[in-house]
Design a protein around this ligand. Structure first.
Ligand code: FMN
Length: 186
């Protein structure tokens, strides 16, 4: 048995995926910021909803509230300098153009996309829920751009080792081995 100790509920341990969110500023220029409060849920039909929470008055949140669209660019370990840079600057203090990165437009939605990312969701907000100073957006995924090296036989067949994602829970981590699929441990 694992020996555990009881502590105050002040720690935020949640194994989080790392995404850099691309939005359009009011002047049409792109803005990027890391957001790791990201998950998915399901509603009627086939599609998934991306669930993403943003707190405070950051430009990314205001841009999403204003335009209803954004890109979610999965962060692979080679993108950590981008994640750190975009996460330590605020768009309200000026353009985040102090780091080189190639940017394209989405294939389906008019959103800025990071060329380096191996998995990009193009999202459109379908519902927003406020809790305190945070807003959680439930978003239809209008398009997925996936690395051409990925071969997915079905929606659950995604080999994360190809994507080499940054895992976040207050510190940056990388992924271990692929252990198997559903049912392999029965
Ligand atoms: C690793 C990391 C994860 C973050 N995750 C979130 C998040 O999930 N939600 C959020 O509201 N802000 C998050 N932030 C904070 C924003 O990225 C940060 O405030 C950024 O400067 C906002 O940029 P903007 O003002 O251009 O929108 C995160 C920052 C870092 C560095």
């Amino acid at each position: 048995m694992t020996k555990r100790r009881n502590v105050k509920p002040v720690y935020s341990m949640c194994v989080q995926p790392s995404f850099i969110i691309g939005t359009n500023n009011e002047d049409g220029s792109p803005n990027f910021a890391p957001i790791t409060w990201v998950s998915v849920t399901h509603e009627a039909g086939d599609g998934y909803l991306l669930v993403i929470s943003m707190s405070g008055t950051k430009a990314t949140k205001l841009n999403v509230l204003r335009t209803g669209i954004f890109s979610a660019n999965l962060v692979s370990t080679d993108m950590l300098p981008l994640m750190d840079y975009f996460g330590s600057r605020h768009a309200k203090d000026g353009k985040k153009d102090g780091i080189a990165c190639a940017v394209s437009r989405g294939e389906v939605l008019d959103v800025p996309v990071l060329d380096l990312s191996r998995w990009v969701y193009e999202c459109e907000v379908s519902r927003a829920v406020e809790t305190g100073d945070s807003v959680t957006f439930f978003c239809a995924i209008r398009n997925i751009q996936m690395d051409e090296r990925l071969v997915c036989k079905d929606p659950f067949d995604v080999d994360l080792t190809v994507l080499n994602p940054v895992i976040y829970s207050g510190k940056y981590h990388s992924l271990g081995k692929l252990l198997g699929g559903i049912g392999d441990f029965l």
